[in-house]
Design a protein around this ligand. Structure first.
Ligand SMILES: [Cu+2]
Length: 311
């Protein structure tokens, strides 16, 4: 799967602004750098008179005080104008999403609208292109930072407060995000995906997410569901449509339909589920899920088959 994660490959209007600002700064900085080097070479090669002229008080004042003051003020003004739209009120039809950072994964909520119930998912945010998306960012433990380089700048998630970030995707695609504030041992394994879809596709996906989990079809999946409810998984995980209603870990109602498991740590596949259940403390040290090393292989296979079927 190709996922963009680069400031210089923007897929959204905020990231385009940041990329433009970055290039202008780079070009300006390069021009000044070359100018200073040029002056130094000129002074080195030039004669005594030239050097005396370059050392005049007036030139020192112009080059050392006036020039930086004017240039920096201009750049600051340009930057504020370019990024000022971020302070405006959200658009009326903006899509609202809530994302909470937890060591070491992302809880994602699409609030209830009208008759449509709330949706809770994890580590993957789907959005429509061409529409403003306002995300409320919170944390339940330490400071995390929400960063999808190809879509927007980064905003910290601070316990006890709610910050906001707006995404405005212009190109469909899969964009990788990463926690950008050191938040403990598994910080590097706290990533996620933002999938930008055509609006109609997005609505289809949303309607699917609103449905409770599909019941198990095969005998293996049925065994998996039984194990899920009897080995304690349900104490931490919810699967809508079953008695499992735990809230400590990610909601697994449609986990089989996500691109990855454990915050973009493993690709979504039956083998990954089995590995995660047995070896998660090895895969993501100190994460909040205990490793179920006692489960025999056939039970792991049943759990994996069941989880993978939850599209
Ligand atoms: Cu982090």
């Amino acid at each position: 799967m190709e996922a963009h994660q680069a400031v210089l490959s923007p897929g959204g209007s905020d990231a385009e602004t940041i990329a433009t600002l970055g290039w202008v700064m780079f070009a300006g900085g390069s021009a000044i750098f070359l100018g200073v080097i040029g002056l130094a070479v000129y002074a080195h090669l030039g004669g005594e008179t030239l050097r005396r002229r370059l050392a005049s008080r007036r030139l020192v004042f112009v080059g050392g005080v006036l020039f930086p003051a004017v240039t920096l003020t201009a750049l600051l003004t340009y930057g504020l104008i370019l990024t000022g739209a971020r302070l405006a009120a959200p658009e009326a039809d903006a899509l609202r999403i809530e994302v909470t950072g937890e060591q070491w994964w992302w809880r994602v909520r699409y609030p209830a609208t009208g008759d449509a119930p709330e949706i809770v998912t994890a580590n993957e945010i789907r959005i429509p292109i061409g529409r403003q998306v306002e995300i409320r960012l919170a944390s339940v433990d330490v400071i995390h930072s929400f960063w999808v380089p190809s879509l927007a700048g980064k905003v910290d998630m601070i316990p006890g407060t709610v910050n906001r970030i707006r995404l405005h995707a212009t190109r469909t695609g899969t964009y990788r995000g990463q926690c950008a504030e050191y938040c403990g041992a598994a910080h590097a394994l706290m990533a996620f995906y933002v999938v930008a879809l055509e609006p109609a596709q997005f609505e289809d996906w949303l309607a699917g997410q609103r449905q409770p989990a599909a019941g198990p079809l095969t005998a293996l999946q049925k065994q998996g569901e039984g194990l899920f409810l009897s080995t304690g998984c349900n104490g931490c995980h919810a699967i809508r449509g079953t008695p499992a209603a735990g809230t400590i870990g990610p909601d697994l109602t449609h986990v089989g339909g996500r691109l990855s498991i454990a915050a973009a740590t493993l690709p979504n596949a039956a083998a990954s589920f089995a590995r995660w259940i047995r070896d998660n403390q090895h895969i993501k040290p100190n994460n909040r899920m205990p490793a179920f090393r006692i489960l025999p292989d056939d039970q792991l296979a049943a759990l994996a088959a069941y989880l993978e079927s939850l599209k």
